[in-house]
Write a new protein. Structure first.
Length: 261
C-alpha cells in the first residue's frame, strides 16, 4: 500500500537488472518514489523499462559499469540532474564467484571486491553531500555469508563482512548528519544465483529439479526459499518514516538460516 513516506523522494538503486535489485526498484516506485535504476546490461534495462511501466513513481533506467572508478560520480550527477535531490541510496550491485578455494584466482577475488564493496564505498562518498541535505538513508545489500563462513564462498563471505563493517562505521558518522545507514543480509533467495546452486546439486545427485530444490532447502534448514520481494519490502521499510530510529543495523532476511549471533 502506498504511503506518503515516499512522495517526492528520490532513490538510486544499483544492481537493477534483475533479482533483488529489480524487486527493490519496483517496490520503491510502487510507493511513489522516483527511482534512478542502475545496471550494466543496457538491453535488459530496456526490457525492464517496458515491464515496470505505470507505477506510482517514475523510473529512470541507466546503464553504468560501477567497476569503473568514475561511474559512481556519473550516477550521482545524473540523478541530481534528473530530479535535483537524493533521499535514498541502495547499493545492491555485485555477485561474487563461488567455488573451491583452491580454484579461485586473484582476479576472481578482485572482481568481487571491486563491484560489491569498492563501488558501494564510492557511491556512498559521492552521495554523502546530497543525502546530508535531505537527511536521507543508505541501504547496503550484503549476504548471510557475512556471518556464516563456507569453504566454497571464500570471496563472497569476506566481501559481505567488509560491507557489514563499512555500514556500521559509516552509521556512526551518519548520526551527526541525521543520515541513516543500514545493511540487509539476504539468505537464499530464488534468483539466478540460487538456480546455479540447485543445478549443481541436481547434477551431483542425478535427480529432478524439484528433488534438488528440496535437498538444498533441507540442507539449509529453512521452510522455504526467499523471494526478491522479501528483501525489497525490508528495504522499503528501512527507508520509511516507520524506521526513523533504526541506524547502524544489520538485518538478516533469511528465513532463519543464520543461527549464530
Amino acid at each position: 500500500m502506498q504511503t506518503n513516506d515516499f512522495v517526492n523522494k528520490v532513490a538510486i538503486v544499483t544492481g537493477a537488472t534483475g533479482g533483488i535489485g529489480e524487486a527493490i526498484v519496483a517496490d520503491l516506485a510502487a510507493q511513489g518514489c522516483a527511482v534512478f535504476a542502475v545496471g550494466r546490461n543496457a538491453q535488459k534495462l530496456a526490457e525492464l523499462s517496458q515491464k515496470h511501466q505505470g507505477l506510482a513513481g517514475p523510473i529512470q533506467w541507466v546503464s553504468e559499469d560501477l567497476v569503473q572508478a568514475q561511474a559512481p560520480s556519473r550516477v550521482v550527477k545524473g540523478v541530481l540532474a534528473w530530479k535535483g535531490a537524493l533521499n535514498i541510496l541502495v547499493n545492491c550491485a555485485g555477485a561474487t564467484k563461488r567455488g573451491d578455494f583452491e580454484t579461485l584466482s586473484d582476479e576472481d577475488a578482485l572482481d568481487g571486491f571491486q563491484l560489491k564493496l569498492h563501488a558501494a564505498v564510492r557511491l556512498c562518498r559521492e552521495a554523502w553531500g546530497p543525502l546530508c541535505e535531505t537527511q536521507g538513508s543508505i541501504i547496503n545489500i550484503g549476504g548471510v555469508g557475512a556471518h556464516t563462513p563456507s569453504w566454497e564462498f571464500t570471496i563472497g563471505g569476506p566481501v559481505n563482512s567488509a560491507l557489514h563493517h563499512f555500514g556500521k562505521a559509516l552509521a556512526e558518522r551518519g548520526i551527526e548528519k541525521n543520515v541513516r545507514i543500514n545493511t540487509i543480509h539476504p539468505g537464499f533467495i530464488e534468483t539466478e544465483r540460487l538456480g546455479k546452486i540447485i543445478a549443481k546439486v541436481q547434477a551431483e545427485l542425478d535427480c529432478s529439479v524439484d528433488e534438488a530444490k528440496e535437498t538444498v532447502r533441507n540442507r539449509l534448514g529453512v521452510q522455504r526459499f526467499g523471494q526478491p520481494a522479501d528483501v525489497a519490502h525490508m528495504v522499503t521499510f528501512l527507508c520509511s518514516n516507520k524506521a526513523a530510529y533504526i541506524n547502524g543495523a544489520a538485518i538478516n532476511v533469511d528465513g532463519g538460516y543464520t543461527r549464530g549471533l
